[in-house]
Structure formats: structure tokens, C-alpha cells
Write a protein that binds this ligand. Sequence first.
Ligand code: PLP
Length: 403
Amino acid sequence: MTEKIKDEFPILQQHVYEKPLIYLDNAATTQKPASVLTAVTEYYQTINSNVHRGVHHLSVLATEAYEDTRTTIQQFIGAKHSHEIVFTRGTTEAINLVANGFANTILKKDDEIIVSTMEHHSNIVPWQLAAERCGAKLKVIPIDENGEIDPIAYQNLFSPKTKIVAITHVSNVLGTINPIKDMIKTAHEHQVPILIDGAQGIKSTKVNVQDLDCDFYCFSGHKIYAPMGIGILYGKEKYLEQLPPYQCGGEMIKNVSFEKTTFNTLPFKFEAGTPNVGGAIGLKAAIDFILKIGQDQLLAHDNMLLKYTEEKMQEIEGIRFIGQAKDKAAVISFLLDKNHPADVGTLLDTMGIAVRTGHHCAEPLMNRYQIPGTVRVSLAVYNTKNEIDKLVEALKKIKIMLS
Ligand code: PLP
């Protein structure tokens, strides 16, 4: 990718502490190109209206645009039906929707839920609460020092009591791209459905839910250049039909009386209340942005820059990488000597370089490595080799400053 792409991102044109901003916190959220910002502004300036309920001109246009996004997502992730695409606030809400549904209908006392050591809290806590409510329990897939899942250990966790597997596609800390296709196959061999947390996977891989054969796939728009507050739950029709509504209110009902309420069809059963129409329209613009560049080109860029960053960082004595899986996304977690990650991150910030430090909402993973946290560099389309050179220079300076 060239500097030209960066020009499309207004936020990246600014200086921080009088230094040109270098934004390397893309696993937390990506920046938004002008085309996305314009799409959202235009929506509010021209067709803002509530969807599905109005007969007037603006409402019809807003509904068309909103539903057009649903079809765009269906095609983008290769879903069979557009009604298998549910709009949510993001990955977290999508996982909560499924975990609650399982707690209300499927999970019973002593049932088991399989998760992995590398999960984000969003794919641990909803299952933990669901398990507590039903008297079920979590079983945890171990990982090795490189940050890879042991397939045999995974196999061995299944029992007749296993009711669901919930696993991340890509670790937000280690960058590990899990072999989810194989893991899905294993789950299905045990007749167990599987949910994929795709918060990072949607940016770092090409997702086709039918090819993967996953039962649920969840992601957030803001990790792929779209606005915050909009995300997707993909679910196979048969599972979405089976799960009860998550929230109740307008839109998700068919008929309401004080005696009995019947629910709307998919996907509206899960979309209570006024949705984030502007966010959905921004998400469509973000997907158009991705497809205009080409997913293969984006992935090749990320991969090239990942290799470059890892190589350059090895020049720095005292760097310890956390997560060295063979199949890895453009996320690099590290420690610099014995320095606390927060000190390294704060000093980088004074040099105009934005990275994330801490436990990255993955405390069990930090416990696995017996570390308080890491410094995390995560890359996106607008990052360049020149920025990585500056990062490495800055880390060399920080090493001296903190020694
Ligand atoms: N899962 C993973 C792997 C993540 O990286 C994140 C966010 O960083 C989430 C879940 C939660 O995403 P959100 O906060 O957008 O709901």
C-alpha cells in the first residue's frame, strides 16, 4: 500500500505532540476512510428516518439502504440467506445474544462449554454467566508457548455433555490465526455447534461462513474501517430459529396483546428497537472500500508489513515476542527488557506513536504467560514501512531511556 491510501483517512493527517501521528492500534479499532465518513454524513443529511415502519419517502429509502447493507454482508461473508445476518452493536453483543439464548433454551446442569485460553473477555464472560445460570461449566483448550492450540487437547475436551464451542478466529493478543475449519469439523463430528469470535478474523482473513461451515460468526464493523456501534451476528438459520429473542421491544414482534406476544421472523426477531441505520450504511461503505482495494491485496500488505516489523524489531536486543504462531495476523505483542508495558507505551505516545498496552481484555491469557500485559502493535492498510522504521528507532531510544 502507498502513502496515497493514508491520504484517504482524515484523522491520520494530524500531529500528536507535534509529531506526525503513527497509528498502530488497529486491533482495538481501525480508522475510517473519508468514503465511510461521507456515507454516514450523507445518510443523516438526506434520508435519516426510522426503518421498516414508515410509508413515507425517507423511511422507504432508509429501509432500502439498511437492508442493502444486510445483503452486502451476506455476500461479503458468503452466507446462504440474508435473514441469517443479524445487526448488533458489535461482536460483544452478538456473543451475548447467543450465550443468553443457549442459557435460556439449551444448557442444563453439568453441561459443558468449550472455550480457549486465548479468548477475549467478550468470549469468556458471557459463557461464564450462562454457565452459572444453568449449573454448566467451561472447559478450556490449552495453548503452547508459541500461542497455538493443541488439536489433540481440543479433541479430548469433548464429552456427551458438550453443548457448544466458542473460539476466536484470530487472537487479538498473539495474532494466532486458529485452524478454525478443522476445529469446526471436529465440533461437528461430536454433533456440537460452534461459535466463532471473528472480531479480528474478519480483517485478517477472507471469511466464507458456508465454506467454514461455522454455526455462528460474530464481528464488529469498527475493526474493518466502519463506524463503532454496528456489528454482525451470522447464524445458521436452524440455530437462529431455535434461539429465543435476546431483547424485547419494537420491531421484534409479530403481534402483541396483554395475553400473548408472538415474535417476528428472522432476522427481525433479534433486532429490537430502533437500529443503528447510519452505522449500517457506514459498514456498507467500509466493505465497498475493502473490495475496491481488494481483500487479497489488503492481506498481502498486512502480511508483508508483519514480516517487516518482526524482522526490524529483532534488531532490538531484549525484545521478547509473545505469540509466534506459524499462521499469524498482523498483531505483534512484545515486552522490552523488564520494562512495564505501560511505560513503553506512554513513551511511544510522546513520540506520536499510538500502540496498546495492558492485558488486552485477555487476563487468562496473561496468566498463561505469567506476565502483567504486553505492548501491542497492530497494523492496517494505511501503515507503512517508514512508520515501522520510526517505531523501531523509538523503541531503541526508549530502551536506553529506561535502562
Ligand atoms: N473478541 C476479540 C478477539 C476482540 O479483539 C474484541 C475487541 O477487541 C472483541 C471480541 C470485542 O469486540 P467489540 O468490543 O467490538 O464488541
